[in-house]
Design a protein around this ligand. Structure first.
Ligand code: ZN
Length: 389
């Protein structure tokens, strides 16, 4: 039976003392992160020496000498902090190499450092009788909102606006078996609707985000009105974080539902190969794009498909809104024209539905599905033996 990697997240119900210890551990990890960053910066500035992961890891015993409280944190958790910094640097150097605009790794204040990780399940973190057992912290109550599946590999403890969470990254999670439906679908991801299928179904854009955004603005203003350091300011900051968390959850939930529906109803799904980065340059468009969070949606869709043995393909997306999905004739139209009217074959169809059909048609042609009508897709170096996806 095929398996996949998957993460399972649960809310924790720690005692006040455990909560204090979790917060204490998180703060120590953040301090270590900042200290390790400082060391790398200074070494480079003063001596033109670059310090790497293994050198810093080797220094951890020395840290425990001067700061004995670090002995109260599991060794691998501390190593993971060093590894996180190392990843931040690798990303930075890679970005510089690629000529991208990337920032130098930053010092983290408490608003930017939320989690610590036990990189090896069973070593400092495990489950026992429904409890999460953390070394040096104890047995923490877990709210098991769904079953944990597969083999846990890593355990991450995260602080969010409304409390503490645990996330298990698991391997060998069995695929869900879904009965074949015989259906294939193309999806157009648009601005008018969140997505439109080749079957003419519109999934609307989550408009609630706009409403929640007003709430975010209001709470942000509240924060700036309060005196820095005051109790009321702290409360306002907390409220703002909660609103942000709500938005993120609403969006995620919405996307999970939309992806589930597509996966349940279809064996194969085709979508545009979106180059969101290029589109984000236009300001108004950028807003709508980030609203809809297509990139995140596609990640969810691909993950779900993999765990249900369904297929998802990205199809080259040039001119999908202009080309006729029945005969392939290019029918230029501006963004405001909502209906596709083909002067060649007479097809009249909703603009986005036509795109969905065109995406499906291109995907099927690239996969060599027999009997797919229409002209060759308009991209050059395509090769029938090795499709572009
Ligand atoms: Zn046509």
């Amino acid at each position: 039976m095929p398996t996949v990697h998957k993460a399972f997240k649960y809310k924790l119900d720690p005692t006040p003392e455990q909560e204090r210890q979790l917060a204490w551990t998180l703060t120590r990890c953040r301090e270590l992160y900042n200290a390790a960053l400082q060391e790398r910066r200074d070494a480079w500035k003063m001596r033109r020496v670059s310090i790497g992961y293994y050198e810093q890891k080797a220094e951890l015993p020395g840290v425990k000498e001067v700061r004995p409280e670090y002995k109260d944190i599991q060794a691998q958790v501390l190593q993971d902090v060093i590894l996180r910094l190392d990843r931040a640097f690798k990303k930075f150097f890679q970005g510089v190499k690629n000529g991208e605009k990337v920032g130098y790794p930053r010092f983290k204040n408490e608003r930017r450092y939320h989690s610590f990780t036990y990189p090896q399940y069973g070593n400092g973190a495990s489950t026992d009788n429904g409890f999460l057992v953390l070394s040096k912290i104890g047995r923490v109550k877990v709210i098991w909102s769904r079953p944990l599946e597969g083999t846990p590999k890593t355990v991450t403890i995260r602080h969010e606006a409304d409390g503490w969470y645990v996330s298990f990254a698991c391997a060998n999670v069995p695929c869900v078996h879904l009965a074949p439906t015989g259906n294939e679908v193309g999806i157009d991801m648009g601005l008018q609707s969140f997505l439109t299928t080749s079957e003419g179904e519109h999934v609307e854009n989550p408009r609630w985000f706009r409403a929640t955004e007003r709430k975010v603005r209001w709470h942000t203003k509240q924060v700036s009105r309060r005196k820095p350091g005051s109790k009321r300011r702290k409360k306002a900051v907390k409220d703002l974080a909660k609103v942000h968390q709500t938005v993120a959850r609403q969006r995620l939930d919405y996307q999970h539902k939309a992806a589930n529906k597509l996966i349940t109803e279809n064996d194969v799904i085709y979508h545009e190969d979106l180059e969101i980065r290029n589109m984000v340059k236009n300001h108004h468009l950028a807003k709508s794009i980030s609203d809809a969070g297509w990139g995140q949606f596609l990640t969810i869709l691909h993950h779900k498909a993999a765990s249900a043995s369904r297929e998802v393909y990205a199809v080259p997306a040039q001119y999908t809104s202009q080309d006729c999905s029945r005969c392939g004739t290019r029918v230029p139209k501006s963004l405001s024209v909502r209906t596709h009217v083909c002067p060649h074959c007479g097809l009249v169809m909703d603009r986005d539905e036509n795109s969905g059909c065109e995406i499906k048609r291109r995907g099927q042609r690239l996969r060599g599905v027999p009997g797919v009508p229409g002209a060759e897709p308009p991209f050059g170096e395509r090769n029938r033996e090795s499709p572009a996806f």
